[in-house]
Ligand binder design. Sequence first.
Ligand code: MN
Length: 226
Amino acid sequence: MKIKFLTVLTLIVLAMTTTNSTAQFVQAPLPYDFTALEPSIDAQTMELHFTKHHAGYVNNLNNALKAEGKESHTDLEAILKDITSYSVAVRNNGGGHYNHQLFWTLLTPKKNTQASAELADAINKHFGNMEEFKTQFNQAAATRFGSGWAWLIVTEEGKLAITSTPNQDNPLMPVAPMQGEPILGVDVWEHAYYLKYQNRRPDYLQAIWDVINWEEVSKLYAAAIK
Ligand code: MN
C-alpha cells in the first residue's frame, strides 16, 4: 500500500517537473575522462571542477531564472549579450555555465593539435608568432587579479585580441572591458589549478598548452570571421 502511494506520488512529481522544464539548462557530458588531461590537469581537479563547480553554476542559473520569472529564456548567448537586464545571480551563474561548457571543449587529451593555416596566419599577423602569442596570453592570465578568465577573441572588426575578465564574466557581455566572440578561454580561478599547482598559477598556464584543443579553437575562429 505504501509502495503504491509512493509510486503515484513519484508519477505526479515527474509530471510536474516535465511540464515545468522549459528553461532547464543542462550540463553536456564531459567529452573525456577525468584522468584524460593528466599530467597538465589532475583527475581530482577535473572531477571537482566538473561535478561540483560547473554543475553548481547550472543549478544556480536555473534557480535564478526561475526566481525572476524568466525560465522561458533559453538562449544563453542572448542572455549574456543582454546581461544588464538580469540579476547578478544570472550574470555569475550564466557566465559560469557558458564559460565552463566552452572550456571543456577547448581542452583535449589528443597531443599536438594544430591551429588551422587560417588561424595560424592570423596569430602570426597579430602577435608575431605562436610563442609570442602564448607569452602575451599567459601574461594576461597571470595578471588577472583574483578569480577570472583569459580570452582570445575575435572582435567585431574580425581582428584577434587577448583580454581577460573578472569572476565569471566573458567577452559576450556588454560589461566586459573588451567585447568579441570568444574562441579560446582559460579558467584562472584557484579551483582550476590549486590542488596540483597551489599558488603557482604561471606553472598551470605553462602546462595547459599541452592540452589545448587547437582544432576546436580553429573551428570557432572560422565561424567567428564569417
Ligand atoms: Mn572554473
